[in-house]
Each structure stands twice: as structure tokens, then as C-alpha cells.
Design a protein around this ligand. Structure first.
Ligand code: NAP
Length: 216
């Protein structure tokens, strides 16, 4: 795994930013930076999914493209890093529990881990592999757009397992109106995506003809 963290560099709090990042956009970057500041994190490590457990493989862009766009988007923030841990996992689906176990071993038990992702994804957490262990070894941060019904998250999870909500923080992010789906659809329709993601990611999308002629 190529993760530029110096060995022996003791970290107290690390954010693990999980997502498909198809493509990464300004909403993701604002989320990571806002959470880093609010939770006083030493670093946020972006982890593009390899084979998302809940998605049809052929509908997700090649992992190398998603990884490279994530590197391009995060390159000028020294507090951000990108990990290939899920992309390089040889077989099977990308379960978050395997990723968190990996980082837990890598940093050691003194480092607190925060898993950051979209609230809609976290809504399904009780269906994730080994979710109880997951919640016991890291804290979850659910990113939402302003105006999103927080009751929805609390009701969906809280009704079946009220104790889980103690391990989940909800953070409202202004830039979350942007979505990867919106960007893919705009590229496919020939509409501009300026100011929705970084210039480098925009150029990468056009250069590699990603999201052109989308069907479905
Ligand atoms: P998704 O279902 O594609 O996304 C759900 C919502 O969350 C979308 O609105 C999405 O917006 C947003 N979102 C996704 N990642 C985000 C992030 N890092 N910050 C802010 N918003 C985010 O979710 P996904 O990307 O496939 O999965 C999210 C994470 O959950 C991944 O790390 C995945 O591996 C993990 N997960 C694990 C399991 C499991 O272990 N069984 C199951 C499901 C998901 P955009 O489309 O704009 O990003």
C-alpha cells in the first residue's frame, strides 16, 4: 500500500474517508476538511472502494481511474492522503471492516479512528459485515447536506439498535448538494462541470473520456 505516512509518526486521531469517488468532487473535499477541523484529526486518509459490496461492478468506473482522480484532488492538502488498501485487495468485495482492521493494526490501539462517509451509506450500516465490531473500533461520521432530515438517520438506525447512535456523529456540510451522480450525468449530457470538482479532475475526466455516453 502506498500511504505517505512516515513510520513512527504517532497519530492520535485519523479520519478514514470511505467512498466510491466516481468521481471525487468538492463536496467530498469540503467534508473531509470540515471533519478534520471539527474533530481535530491529524490526517484524513481517502480510501476509494475497490469492489463496493452493494454495487454492480460493471457500473462503477475502473478503480485506477477513481484512485488517480482522488490523488489529483487531494494533492495540495498536506493533511490529506490516499490509500490503495481497498483497490489492491486481491479478491472479494471491499468490506469496511477489513479496511478499519488494517488501519487499526497500522496505527496501533492508541490512535482513534473516525470513518467518514455519506449519511445515506451509513443508514444501511446494520447490513454491513461485522458492523458491531466496526462500531466498537471506530467512530462513524455521517456527512449530510444542510436541510437533510436527521430524524431519518436516527429513526432508521435508532429504532433497531438505539445504542449504535452513540458511535455516530452527524455533520452537515454546505457543499454536499454536489454529487458524483450529478457530475457523471452532466458530463454525459455535454454540460460543464467547472467548480463542481477540481480543474485537474475535470481535465482527467475529459482526457480519459470518462462518463461519456452513459446509459441508465
Ligand atoms: P454510496 O451508496 O454511493 O453513497 C451514498 C451517499 O453518500 C451518496 O449521496 C454519496 O454521494 C455520499 N457519499 C459517499 N461517500 C461519501 C463521502 N466520503 N463523503 C461524503 N459523502 C459521501 O456510497 P459508497 O461511496 O458506495 O460507500 C460509502 C462507503 O461505505 C464506502 O467506503 C463503502 O466501502 C462503505 N460501505 C461498506 C459496506 C460494507 O462494508 N458492507 C457497505 C456499503 C458501503 P456521492 O455519490 O456524491 O459520493
Amino acid at each position: 500500500m502506498t500511504l505517505q505516512l512516515p513510520k513512527g509518526d504517532k497519530k492520535n486521531a485519523i479520519g478514514i474517508m470511505g467512498g466510491t469517488f466516481d468521481p471525487i468532487h468538492l463536496g467530498h473535499l469540503v467534508t473531509a476538511e470540515e471533519v478534520r477541523i471539527q474533530f481535530n484529526l491529524d490526517k484524513v486518509i481517502f480510501v476509494p472502494t475497490g469492489r463496493p459490496p452493494h454495487k454492480e461492478e460493471e457500473k462503477v468506473t475502473d478503480p485506477e481511474h477513481r484512485y488517480l482522480m482522488t490523488v489529483l484532488a487531494t494533492i495540495n492538502n498536506p493533511s490529506f492522503a490516499v490509500s490503495r488498501v481497498e483497490i489492491d485487495r486481491e479478491e472479494g468485495k471491499s468490506y469496511t471492516i477489513d479496511t478499519i482492521r488494517f488501519f487499526s493494526n497500522y496505527f496501533g490501539s492508541k490512535t482513534k479512528l473516525y470513518f467518514i462517509t455519506g449519511a445515506d451509506a451509513i443508514m444501511e450500516i446494520i447490513t454491513w459485515k461485522d458492523y458491531k465490531e466496526l462500531l466498537s473500533i471506530c467512530h462513524f461520521i455521517a456527512a449530510t447536506r444542510p436541510g437533510y432530515s436527521l430524524h431519518k438517520l436516527k429513526e432508521t438506525i435508532g429504532e433497531s439498535c438505539p445504542e449504535i447512535m452513540q458511535n455516530i456523529s452527524i455533520v452537515q456540510i454546505p457543499g454536499m448538494q454536489i454529487s458524483s451522480t450529478m457530475i457523471r450525468q452532466r458530463v454525459s449530457a455535454g454540460k460543464p462541470i467547472k467548480y463542481l470538482t477540481t480543474d485537474a479532475v475535470t481535465q482527467y475526466i475529459y482526457k480519459n473520456k470518462l462518463y461519456h455516453n452513459l446509459s441508465g
